[in-house]
Design a protein around this ligand. Structure first.
Ligand SMILES: Cc1cc2nc3c(=O)[nH]c(=O)nc-3n(C[C@H](O)[C@H](O)[C@H](O)COP(=O)(O)OP(=O)(O)OC[C@H]3O[C@@H](n4cnc5c(N)ncnc54)[C@H](O)[C@@H]3O)c2cc1C
Length: 395
């Protein structure tokens, strides 16, 4: 099924979702463990996989049909990412191409949407770099220091971002920068603005990208801005309102990352069950021992429960409801279920879990990220405590 030709279905039926899952699974079958293992070993970008997903239209599912996408909902996008991770792959190489454009879609002018969304939908333009995190401010986004100062028909950007993933594999970057000094902003949450930076023209002219080597193959980077000129027409939405726009998009991102965690958890559980059935020690399958069975059963229960929250958050989003509470709980529960399943799978494999060829150690490293990025567990708990339960503000 090529999604570029799929009929519009704002509320996809279960059969539609199943068809999407089946076609993602078929695509992923061409990218087995060996493929991901080699990319991981060489810290190489999975270009062929991203190309295949792009050509099949899977990265354009959230773009409305009028801009060349397939106009599907978050449940469909979540199903795609879950299947990629369940197959043993990693959607982090390109998942942001699905949702970063949401800021342009929801807050951009009609002219900006017409200009950027169709080439993004066709895969001709890659918008998968998201410049929010900075070295000094960390999770405290309102304290970020990168500035954008208006000069005539352009903004001059100075500063630094860190953990800007996929910057070397993206044409555009969505950048959050301070446009009004913190102490002069009318409200605490104002004074930041969102820009679309065309990195094709900016590289070497005020934009420098430096890769960061990490424990996983994530193509993440540091980005430096030195008197970078960004056309004023690339400001998205209203000046100084960027923080609100970014928060808006983050809830959808959390649901999608949670879906990846569910996929990871299911991969680990399947792998653990298979190995527990195969491996014989003391003349019997290790899976006959309840000490081996119970952790797998527990991880399974945690995964199924977390998935209910992921499905709830995605369905609420598609129905136009606010999802702060459910998206955060989905991300919290799913990232923890994935980690529980990962740890159980490694333990089930004994020493072999450490051998590259089983893929367990790679997935184990990859799934650990999601308790830290895109938002760390403590920040979610803090949100739930303060904004949902009404407990006193702690920071
Ligand atoms: C591989 C990778 C890819 C990433 N990709 C991107 C990207 O593409 N774009 C982007 O903008 N960012 C990206 N990030 C950044 C990511 O979003 C941040 O690392 C994450 O939000 C945590 O911020 P920090 O690292 O600055 O931690 P800090 O804010 O320094 O926090 C450190 C620890 O302290 C805890 N903590 C801090 N304050 C409190 C508090 N008040 N109460 C309780 N606990 C607290 C946190 O929970 C965390 O565990 C990426 C990170 C990684 C590792």
């Amino acid at each position: 099924m090529n999604l570029m030709q799929a009929p519009a279905a704002a509320g996809e039926s279960d059969a539609d979702l199943q068809a999407i899952r089946d076609s993602v699974r078929a695509l992923c079958a061409d990218f087995p463990g060996e493929y991901w293992r080699e990319k991981d070993r060489e810290r190489a970008y999975p270009t062929e996989f991203v190309q295949a997903l792009t050509e099949a239209g899977f990265l354009a599912v959230l773009i409305p049909e009028e801009y060349g996408g397939s106009g599907l909902g978050l449940r469909a996008a979540a199903a795609i990412l879950e299947e990629i991770h369940k197959s043993g792959g990693n959607g982090a190489a390109c998942h942001a191409q699905m949702y970063i454009m949401g800021t342009i879609l929801r807050h951009g002018s009609e002219a900006q949407k017409q200009k950027w969304l169709p080439p993004i939908a066709r895969g001709e333009l890659r918008l998968q770099a998201f410049g929010v995190s900075e070295p000094t401010s960390g999770t405290d986004t309102l304290s970020l220091r990168t500035t954008a100062v208006r000069q005539g028909d352009r903004y001059i950007v100075n500063g630094q971002k860190v953990w800007t993933s996929r910057a070397e594999h993206s044409d555009l970057m969505l950048l959050l920068a301070r446009t009004t000094p913190k102490d002069q902003a009318k409200k605490r949450v104002e004074g930041l603005s969102v820009f679309l930076v065309d990195m094709r023209t900016a590289l070497g002219k005020g934009l420098t990208i430096r890769p960061i080597h990490t424990m996983i193959n994530h193509s993440t980077t540091e980005v430096f801005f030195d008197e970078l000129e960004v056309p004023a027409e690339n400001l998205i939405g209203e000046l100084d309102q960027g923080f609100r726009y970014i928060l808006d998009g983050m809830n959808a991102e959390r649901v999608l990352i949670a879906a990846e965690c569910i996929g990871d958890a299911r991969w680990f559980i399947d792998k653990a069950v298979a190995y527990a059935g195969e491996r014989k020690v003391f003349g019997r399958q290790i899976g006959q021992n309840q000490g081996v069975q119970f952790p797998i059963a527990r991880a399974y229960a945690a995964t199924e429960a977390a998935d209910l929250m992921v499905q709830k958050a995605a369905a609420l989003f598609d129905a136009g409801h606010s999802i702060g509470e459910s998206a955060n709980m989905a991300k919290l529960l799913a990232s923890e279920a994935a980690w529980q399943a990962a740890d159980t799978c490694l333990q089930t494999h004994g020493g072999y879990g450490f051998a590259e060829e089983y893929d367990v150690e790679r997935k184990f490293r990859e799934t650990r990220l999601y308790q830290i990025a895109p938002i760390s567990t403590n920040m979610i708990l803090s949100y739930l405590a303060e904004h949902v339960l009404g407990l006193p503000r702690s920071y």
